[in-house]
Structures are given as C-alpha cells and as structure tokens.
Design a protein around this ligand. Structure first.
Ligand SMILES: [Zn+2]
Ligand SMILES: [Zn+2]
Length: 283
C-alpha cells in the first residue's frame, strides 16, 4: 500500500516508524524545499520505500522555478499546497498551468471553515474548482481537505468543517469526480475519513463509482502508526480521531466498503497511475 499524503518527518526512523506501525509499505513524502536533507537521508536509508512531492510557499514569485527544479530533481508531484490564497487566483493558477506542463499532479488543500480562531481559510472558494478543471484540462488535480470532502453531500453550505450524518446524493465533489477526468481525490485526514464514515449506506457505491479516481492517504501525524501522540496536529476540530491512527482507521473503512480489487486500486494502483510511478520504483 502507498500512503499518498505523508508529510516528511525529521528523521528516517520517524518516517519508517509510522509506516511500520500502521502496516503501510510505501509513501509519497510531501516535502517542503527546506526539508531536502531529511528527504535524502530517508530515501537513501530505505530505497524503494518512498517517492516525493514538492511544496513551497505559493506566494513567492520564484515558486514556479523552485518547483520546476524540484521536479527535475525527482519530485513526482506538486503539493501539498496549502495557503491563504484564492483557488482561482494568480498564485495557484500559475502552478496549475505548471503542473500540466511538467505532467505531474498538483495536490491542493481546500478549506473554507477555520478550525480555530485565526486559522483562516485555504484555496477558496471551493466552487471555483470546476472552472479551474475546465481551464487547465491537461492538469491532474488531486483534491484534499475539508471543503473537498464536505461537498460530497448536496446539502453542504459551510455549516461546519466536518459535517456528520447522512449524505444527500448529488454533492458537488461527487459530480466533479464523475464529470472531469482530470480530477482525483485524496482520501486522507479527518476530512476524508469523516466523509467515508458518516453514512455507511453511501460509502460503498461512492467508492465503486470513483474506483479509478480515489487514492488512500493518511495525513496522520501520530508517532507510531497506532495513534500515539497527536494524529491530527493543529486541528481541535478533528477530535473524533484523537488517540487513533488515521491510516489504520481509513484502511479499515476502505476494506469494509470495497472488494479486494477496488481496495487494491485505492491503495496502490491509482497512485501509480496518477503519479506515473513506474512498477519497479516502489517495493
Ligand atoms: Zn492538508
Ligand atoms: Zn498514524
């Protein structure tokens, strides 16, 4: 299995401890350009276990050049990009275009409801994503976070970060995944887990419908792959996963809601296809 949403930790041992603890073989290391030393030491200590995706401050004028260089140096994606900018503003537009030119996916955090006073919002408004999917048809978008997942229900209107209860069919995210071949979904974090857990009657058909578009990820920050420490850092709104490992919780929901063939797509094959990971790279 490959965890497509794994923020790099300070040491190779810390990275391996989470994967070993939750029983996940491989990960895409989401790596800021100030963590390249940790990346190199982790990759060299555990060959064939990791690939990486590059992120930087999207408001920096030189962001496109820095990310282009990162892809030349082996990054297989752009992201996670999480910034207080418009989803259809100039900072992200130039990177949507760049991802298309470089032929790598771009992973974006969409959040319209702050988790605490002063947190702010990220890549808003979510509803502009459709126009971006149309404007950049060659770009592979990977949707992530609260607004992406809350909008699988048609009755969502930013009433909370993580809505609970039954899902009303026809939500924006569900429709975008059906209508746009260049949109994919990152199942990570409390947002993804909550969306899969809130209405067990909805989940199996949703996963079957988008079985070629969705990818397992954890975004877990627990230390040991068993829930020690804090699994959803800086997020008091995600208390439902306190003491739990997000990777384990989400893999359990996926296993319970899919056939073995679909489970393999969600946890392995789709990541290879979307991120163009060749078959011998991870083992
Ligand atoms: Zn995020
Ligand atoms: Zn964990």
């Amino acid at each position: 299995m490959v965890d497509i949403h794994f923020h790099i930790r300070k040491t190779p041992a810390a990275n391996n401890a989470h994967l070993d603890g939750c029983g996940v073989s491989n990960a895409i290391l989401l790596t800021g350009l100030n963590s390249i030393d940790a990346l190199h030491s982790t990759e060299s200590q555990s060959p064939h276990r990791y690939v990486w995706s590059a992120s930087t401050d999207v408001t920096k004028p030189e962001a496109p050049q820095l990310l282009t260089d990162a892809v030349k140096n082996g990054a297989i994606g752009l992201g996670e990009l999480k910034a207080h900018v418009a989803s259809d503003g100039p900072e992200l537009r130039r990177l949507y275009a760049l991802a298309g030119e470089l032929n790598v996916p771009i992973l974006v955090h969409f959040q319209e409801v702050p988790h605490y006073d002063g947190e702010g919002v990220f890549s808003t408004p979510f509803k502009s994503l459709e126009a971006m999917l149309k404007a950049y048809p060659k770009t592979r978008f990977v949707g992530h976070a609260d607004a992406f997942w809350a909008n699988i229900s048609a009755d969502y209107a930013n009433q909370s970060a993580y809505p609970s209860g039954p899902i009303k069919p026809g939500g924006l995210t569900d429709r975008l995944l059906s209508d746009y071949p260049n949109l994919y979904g990152d199942l990570s974090a409390n947002s993804g887990n909550n969306a899969l857990s809130r209405d067990p009657g909805f989940t199996p058909a949703f996963l079957a419908r988008h079985q070629d578009k969705l990818m397992f990820g954890s975004d877990c920050s627990c230390s040991d792959g068993h829930g020690a420490g804090i699994s959803q850092a800086n997020n008091p709104a995600a208390a439902r996963l306190a003491g739990k490992c997000v990777a384990r919780e989400t893999l359990t929901v996926l296993k319970d809601s899919t056939s073995p063939e679909v489970f393999r797509k969600l946890t392995w094959e789709n990541a290879h296809a979307v991120y163009r990971i060749t078959s011998s790279t991870l083992s």
